[in-house]
Design a protein. Structure first.
Ligand code: FES
Length: 252
């Protein structure tokens, strides 16, 4: 991945994810960022995250940063490689989901976060289909369980809609960029419906006492709430929004 900042006040965000399975599986991520002499005020950040599914795998991250001006806003990078979450797997199996399918769902949640930031529903749907097909092929069989939440057309930008799927209240949110998110609808500070609150960028604010929750991680970004709400995997199929209320995103 190569990012070249060559104009003033430009901004870049790179997120590269990998899931490694099987003895000998290996990824090498090389992230090159060049901030040229004219690119004053640049804000750049790149990250690589990997999910290790089995023994005998290896993930290497090689970030390279070259800065040719002293006047920038920020230039950072991060890398994290984590093991498969056995507790999450146990939770899914306890809900009656077979192990192979549970593993696929966890990996799908991990990878689909990237797809859902594209903001182009038709393209997101195609990519999610490809991910599901790839994961089904990798371990044999299995269908992602999901329920229709609403239509894409029902969602106005910067608004939230409350749905209840399988008894779980969920706030479905379309942000100003057009990306659709789903987080638990009940504020962790009190019994307040977050979908009655305010959407700003990729946050949803509780109207009662003002805690803002990240739509990407479910984490509160301001007090008084300090516990996160769950984040759910969203799938767009045509003009319909599907969510599996039993499957929460794996947020590191
Ligand atoms: S009830 Fe949501 S912040 Fe207090």
């Amino acid at each position: 991945m190569y990012v070249h900042h060559d104009a003033p006040h430009s901004r870049s965000r790179v997120t590269y994810k990998g899931a490694l399975n099987g003895d000998g599986a290996r990824t090498v991520w090389v992230g090159d960022v060049l901030i040229g002499p004219r690119a004053t005020g640049t804000d750049s950040y790149e990250q690589n995250r990997n999910l290790v599914l089995s023994e005998g795998t290896r993930a290497d991250s090689i970030p390279n940063l070259e800065i040719e001006t002293g006047d920038i806003v920020g230039a950072g990078h991060a890398s994290a490689t984590g093991r498969f979450d056995d507790e999450h797997l146990f939770y899914l199996q306890a809900r009656g989901i077979p192990e192979d399918e549970a593993r696929r769902l966890v990996v799908l949640g991990f990878l689909s976060e990237i797809v859902q930031r594209i903001g182009e529903p038709a393209l997101e749907a195609r990519l999610l289909e490809a991910l599901v097909a790839e994961l089904e092929g990798s371990d044999g069989g299995g269908v992602v369980s999901r329920e229709r939440a609403c239509s894409v057309a029902e969602l106005e930008p910067d608004t939230a809609k409350r749905v209840v799927l399988g008894g779980v209240p969920i706030a479905v949110v379309k942000d100003s960029a057009g990306a659709i998110h789903a987080i638990g609808d009940t504020c962790t500070h009190g019994d307040i419906s977050l979908s009655e609150g305010f959407v700003e960028d990729d946050t949803l604010e509780c109207w009662a006492h003002g805690s803002q929750f990240s739509l990407l991680s479910g984490k509160p970004l301001s007090l008084p709430a300090y516990e996160p709400v769950p984040v759910f995997v969203v799938e767009i199929d045509g003009d319909d929004v599907y969510i599996d209320p039993d499957v929460k995103k794996d947020i590191a």
